[in-house]
Design a protein around this ligand. Structure first.
Ligand code: ADP
Ligand code: ADP
Ligand code: MG
Length: 445
């Protein structure tokens, strides 16, 4: 087992990983930008090193600075968290070449699955259904031909996209050429890669993803699904486990598909296969995230499996000590992402000082966060300031517990999306579990 791990991230995920390390008796090294000196991950870690100025590209994405910090402190492994360098194959490679374990899959797997059109091809080979779509598009003219074949509406998607960005809806042929050109330019600017592919736009549809854990001894388990259909601008807002709307038969089929996919790529560590599921219960592979997922918490709550600890153990060479038959889902869990966003300004991210903070408690209530009273939320990073997670025996009880917890949560000084989350939980369609990815467009109607 490692004795010291460097956490190449910030915010709640850095805190989450540090907590796992502490429980495992592993020393921790935090890295931080000049804007994050007062951040909780810095004070919780055993050691900390400033790696550069506030903008992520100069600090949290500065691979050389992070690797130097690992060498100077003698860290044997790096946990990349999610976002930032977590799906960067070059970083995984640099870690390996400098004798540091990257807590995640190999650079080959990251490359293969990070390239979203290549991932589609891999899944087709593994016999996993994919969304009707294309390989990489060479030109707008080719895009036009393909869209006619697939049938409108279509989505033009960036091969290297992520975080809900780089996706464009095209409803008819006259919009295609312009959408293609602007999407390509935008993807090039945002991800350094203008490569585009296209998929049929499925609607109504549910976003359901499967969590897998694979060790390097060939053991693989699927920890069931997460329902992530509550989204705004293709970004998840609320997640639950299990999904309220898939049958046991479909669940088992998707577990089989996830395990088949994991085996087909020789996957190692924790990974998530994202699927779209239509009204008739057909499921289609969308993409694989080769990292820890923001919403991994809901899976932990109902399975009792600590996913971050297993990521660390697997990277250290340990074998999974349980098998698929041991995986049992007990109860229902819900997570609400608490974002520093201004409801009176179109939910734009809002920085500022937290004047007053009270966090909810009680049985099966978990608040994963890095903020504290007096903390100044910097304007440079993601707007998520915490995740509120609850678990109960029934879904109805979990919804009531989440509502009570949201009401108890007090954040003063900066606006948050707390009231929006309450609105979601009170929506009749949400209560019935009968909702799709377009749910937010119809909220309150
Ligand atoms: P999850 O699928 O785990 O819910 P998200 O897609 O919401 O994760 O992304 C997790 C975090 O990583 C978010 O902070 C998101 O903004 C960021 N992120 C994900 N992919 C990218 C990317 N390609 N470029 C920049 N940020 C990204
Ligand atoms: P990202 O890498 O940004 O997470 P995804 O490919 O996972 O991108 O898509 C993000 C979201 O966009 C999905 O959760 C889903 O709501 C929507 N989406 C993506 N592809 C399709 C599609 N073909 N049809 C309908 N909705 C889609
Ligand atoms: Mg996705």
């Amino acid at each position: 087992m490692f004795s010291k791990i460097l956490i190449a991230n910030r915010g709640e995920v850095a805190v989450r990983i540090i907590r796992a390390c502490k429980e495992m008796g592993i020393s921790t090294v935090a890295v931080f930008s000049e804007a994050d000196r007062e951040s909780l991950h810095v004070s919780l870690a055993d050691e900390s090193i400033c790696i550069g100025p506030a903008p992520a590209k100069d600090s949290y994405l500065n691979m050389t600075a992070i690797l130097s910090a690992a060498h100077v402190t003698g860290a044997q492994a790096i946990h990349p968290g999610y976002g930032l360098l977590s799906e960067n194959a070059r970083f995984a490679k640099l870690c390996r070449e400098s004798g540091i374990a990257f807590i995640g899959p190999s650079e080959e797997i990251i490359t293969r699955m990070g390239d979203k059109d290549q991932a589609r091809r891999t899944m087709i080979e593994a016999g996993v259904p994919v969304i009707p779509g294309t390989d990489i598009l060479e030109s707008a003219a080719q895009a036009k031909r393909e869209a006619t074949r697939i049938g409108y509406p279509v989505l033009v998607k960036a091969r290297s996209g992520g975080g809900g960005r780089g996706i464009r809806l095209v409803e008819s042929e006259d919009q295609l050429v312009q959408a293609f050109n602007t999407a390509s330019a935008e993807a090039k600017a945002a991800f350094g890669d203008g490569g585009l592919y296209m998929e049929k736009y499925l609607k109504p549809t549910k976003h359901i993803e499967m969590q897998i854990l694979c060790d390097r001894h060939g053991n693989i388990v699927c920890l069931g699904e997460r329902e992530c259909s509550v989204q705004r601008k293709n970004q998840k807002l609320l997640e639950e486990c299990p999904s309220p709307s898939i049958s046991q038969e479909l669940r088992e089929a998707m577990i089989d598909a996830a395990i088949r996919a994991g085996k087909a790529v020789g996957y190692e560590n924790a990974g998530t296969l994202e699927f779209l599921v239509d009204r008739d219960g057909n499921y289609y592979f969308m993409e694989m995230n080769t990292r820890l997922q923001v919403e991994h918490t809901v899976t932990e709550m109902v399975t009792g499996v600590d996913i971050v600890k297993w990521q660390i153990r697997i990277a250290a060479g340990a074998a999974l000590d349980f098998c698929q038959d041991d995986v049992q889902i007990r109860g229902r869990a819900i997570e609400c992402r608490i974002n520093a966003e201004d409801p009176s300004n179109g939910y734009r991210p809002s920085a500022g000082t937290i004047e007053m903070l009270h966090t909810p408690g009680g049985p099966w209530v978990r608040f994963d966060s890095f903020v504290y009273q007096g903390y100044r939320v910097p304007p440079f990073y993601d707007s998520m300031i915490g995740k509120l997670i609850v678990k109960a025996n029934t879904r109805e009880e979990a919804i009531r517990k989440m509502k009570a917890s949201l009401c108890e949560l007090v954040v003063e000084g900066i606006p948050t999306n707390g009231d929006l989350q309450l609105e979601i939980l009170s929506d009749p369609r949400f209560e019935e579990g009968d909702y799709y990815t377009d749910f937010m467009e119809h909220l309150g109607q």
